[in-house]
Design a protein around this ligand. Structure first.
Ligand SMILES: [Zn+2]
Length: 335
């Protein structure tokens, strides 16, 4: 990424005054800026600006983590001819959000406490991915990617939509973030999680009727089409098995065909894979159905095998439902 896209250094051009609350008025900017409560060091030698917040930090520390920051502080030399205030501290305006930059600084300055992998918040994971990529801080990017992939894996064995490594994250924010940084490997399971959690109307009106963000038309279309394909595929599988059951053949090893054949249709129909909750498809979570007390163990096992095989086949097709490359060809954009 060209440096010019990353940063446009600016220098304060007129005196400022700091109030007791450390609010800084930048008259030249005609917008009130505030100094960060957490990152304002008296001996800091650079000021970073994200949105309206100023962070006075140590350039060498940031440069140690990121060559992009290093280049920024080297290439954009402070202009000594300017009567810069703030004790001649150069100011660099960044295009990042306050939340992202603050999370990054927490990791740099407070890393042991901030980077607690067992308690990674969405804000932190998002900042690590976004800024880790932008400022080429590989270890942050990889760390967050691992956490993301734990929640949204490529392997069905790891898929359990009821457990979250990154708690309280809105699914839609993750979808938009994965798009923003081209993290394609997490998209199939993310989409699946979203379309199984919400109704068609909620997918279309996300941002209005549910506490999720708005999506671009392209993302909405992808989810609506993918939802349709998944439902269709699962219903096709259901009909195929129903035809087999309807012929009244017994499963291999059945101990009581006359009895079992009376009950297995009802049990089969209750399997979560083909049940539509308010029209929404199953999330392909692991087997939770309890054994049917009226079926012999062979028939119960057969039902679970049908479930596992159908679930695995649907998972294998999942990326294609959303117009993505197959699992083994799906790649994240390199740093
Ligand atoms: Zn049986």
């Amino acid at each position: 990424m060209a440096l010019a896209q990353v940063v446009s250094p600016t220098f304060m051009s007129r005196p400022i005054k700091r109030s007791r609350s450390e609010t800084i008025d930048l008259v030249a900017e005609k917008q009130e800026t505030v100094s960060s409560r957490n990152f304002w060091f008296d001996d800091g030698n650079v000021v970073l600006r994200a949105e309206q917040t100023l962070f006075r930090v140590h350039g060498a520390l940031l440069a140690r983590h990121s060559k992009i920051f290093k280049e920024m502080f080297t290439v954009a030399q402070p202009d000594n001819s300017l009567e810069t205030t703030l004790q001649s501290t150069p100011v660099f305006s960044l295009s990042d959000t306050v939340v992202d930059l603050e999370q990054l600084l927490f990791i740099f300055y407070d890393n042991v406490k901030a980077l607690d992998k067992s308690d990674m918040t969405y804000d932190m994971a998002a900042a690590m991915l976004r800024l880790g990529k932008k400022y080429q801080i590989d270890y942050l990017y990889e760390e967050a990617k691992i956490a993301f992939r734990k929640d949204y894996p490529t392997s069905l064995d790891d898929w359990n939509p009821t457990i979250a490594v990154i708690p309280n994250a809105r699914r839609g924010d993750m979808i938009n973030l994965a798009h923003e940084i081209s993290l394609k490997t997490v998209l199939p399971s993310l989409y699946l999680d979203f379309i199984s959690a919400y109704s068609l109307s909620e997918i279309i009106h996300s941002g209005k009727t549910i506490d999720e963000p708005r999506f671009t038309l392209s993302i909405r279309e992808t989810m609506i089409v993918g939802r349709d394909r998944l439902i269709l595929y699962l219903q096709e599988q259901r009909v195929l098995h129903l035809k087999w059951i309807g012929r009244n053949r017994s499963y291999v090893g059945c101990r009581n065909p006359l009895h079992c054949n009376d009950y297995r249709m009802g049990f089969f129909e209750s399997i979560s894979l083909w049940k539509l909750n308010d029209g929404s498809p199953c999330n392909l979570g692991p087997w939770v159905e309890r054994k049917h007390s009226s079926l012999c163990s062979s028939c119960n096992n057969q039902m679970q095998e049908i479930f596992n095989a159908t679930r695995a086949a649907a998972w294998a097709k999942l990326p294609s439902f959303f117009g993505l490359d197959e699992w083994d060809k799906l790649e994240d954009e390199a740093l």
